[in-house]
Design a binder for this molecule. Structure first.
Ligand code: ZN
Ligand code: ZN
Length: 364
């Protein structure tokens, strides 16, 4: 079948087995293209008709050419919700018509890593969606290992809130809050007030820390952080973050420093904020080496953790969102149609000007 340009006749195209999809064309190149609709190949596969998807900071890294595993021609996207269109013979938990949440991590549940709860390192899964296999920024997506990579959406579930459960909520919670050992009465600093930093802020409150300090260079994002429960906000382009954190913590430094940006200066800042016995929990995707100041930290009894989200906490977080203990819809700032995705990327990529946090794309 010959690819046609996407147009308003996309329904006709669907009848002929084509769909609209956002395709990475190599560093700096992207386009909305007509692609063949995916079909079930393996027994564990499901094809999902996308309802809503979103754009992640990781997608911007890919477009810059920072993610070598993602090659030109790949449909991007690893988040979203949809309706099961068809399933392979081996899929037991889902059937056509089910409304589902798609996890950003694909898990076979059988390999050595999956058996240890490290789904992110699944030997036939992990973070493959929109990376080494085609992703969710399309009208349809193929999900391998569907039984253990999808979740049923409860009736009446808030669709935008559930899109936040694909990636940013489990990422902020597992890599930041759980790895950082946030506990009642403790002090926490989160460096980076973007969507993932704010997801860490929302989920850290499940453990009632005494101080929750958000640090960023964007006043608008700090204002949102304050609304979402930050006890203190620091703009480190105009204020001295180290001095201010020491003042807030009576000179001790914080128990948990969460890095949610992914550049050397923010990881170095975490090393300056951490108190004795504390934990630096890295979330950021780093592309460059960082200096480790062992000359200052060797006697401080600290820990440093790294992690790729495993999404093992998705069932727990799903309950917390459903019962409104966590309300992630406040992170959604913009809505677009899938065929406006170039505009959506522009809005998301220029967050300082547009105030964008998470942009929702309607795929139908
Ligand atoms: Zn992501
Ligand atoms: Zn596995």
């Amino acid at each position: 079948m010959i690819a046609t340009k996407p147009n308003s006749e996309s329904l006709t195209d669907l009848a002929s087995g084509m769909m609209n999809a956002f395709v990475y064309g190599g560093p700096g190149k992207m386009s909305l293209e007509a692609r063949p609709k995916p079909m079930v190949n393996a027994a564990g596969d499901a094809v999902i008709r996308m309802i809503k998807t979103t754009i992640c900071g990781t997608d911007l890294h890919i477009l810059k050419g920072d993610v070598p595993t993602c090659v030109a021609g790949r449909i991007l996207g690893h988040e979203g919700i949809g309706i099961v269109e068809s399933v392979g013979l081996g899929v037991a938990s889902f059937k056509p018509g089910d409304k589902v949440l798609i996890s950003c991590i694909t898990a076979c549940s059988k390999c050595e890593y999956c058996r240890r709860g490290m789904f992110s390192h699944c030997t036939t899964g992990g973070w493959i969606l929109g990376n080494t296999i085609d992703g969710t920024q399309a009208e349809y997506v193929l999900i391998p290992h569907a039984d253990t990579s999808l979740y049923n959406m409860p009736a009446g579930a808030d669709e935008d809130a559930f899109v936040m459960l694909s990636d940013i909520l489990p990422t902020g919670f597992e890599c930041g809050v759980l790895n950082g050992k946030v506990s009642p009465g403790s002090s926490v600093a989160i460096v980076g007030s973007g969507p993932v930093g704010l997801a860490a802020l929302l989920t850290a409150q499940l453990y009632s820390p005494a101080q929750l300090i958000m640090i960023d260079m964007d006043d608008n994002r700090l204002k949102v952080a304050k609304r979402l429960g930050a006890t203190h906000t620091i703009n480190n382009s105009s204020e001295n973050a180290v001095a201010k954190v020491l003042e807030i913590t009576d000179g001790k430094g914080v128990d948990t420093a969460i890095e949610a940006v992914g550049v050397p200066p923010t990881f170095e800042l975490c090393q300056m904020l951490i108190g004795a016995g504390g934990t630096i929990a890295n979330i950021g995707v780093h592309g460059h080496p960082v200096t480790l100041h062992l000359e200052k930290l060797w006697d401080r009894n600290i820990s440093i953790t790294t992690r790729l989200v495993d999404t093992v906490t998705t069932p727990t977080l799903l309950n917390s969102v459903q019962s409104k203990k966590i309300n992630p819809t406040v992170l959604v700032t913009h809505h677009f149609k899938l065929d406006q995705i170039l505009e959506a990327y522009d809005t998301f990529g220029n967050a300082q000007k547009t105030g964008a946090m998470k942009v929702i794309l309607d795929c139908q």
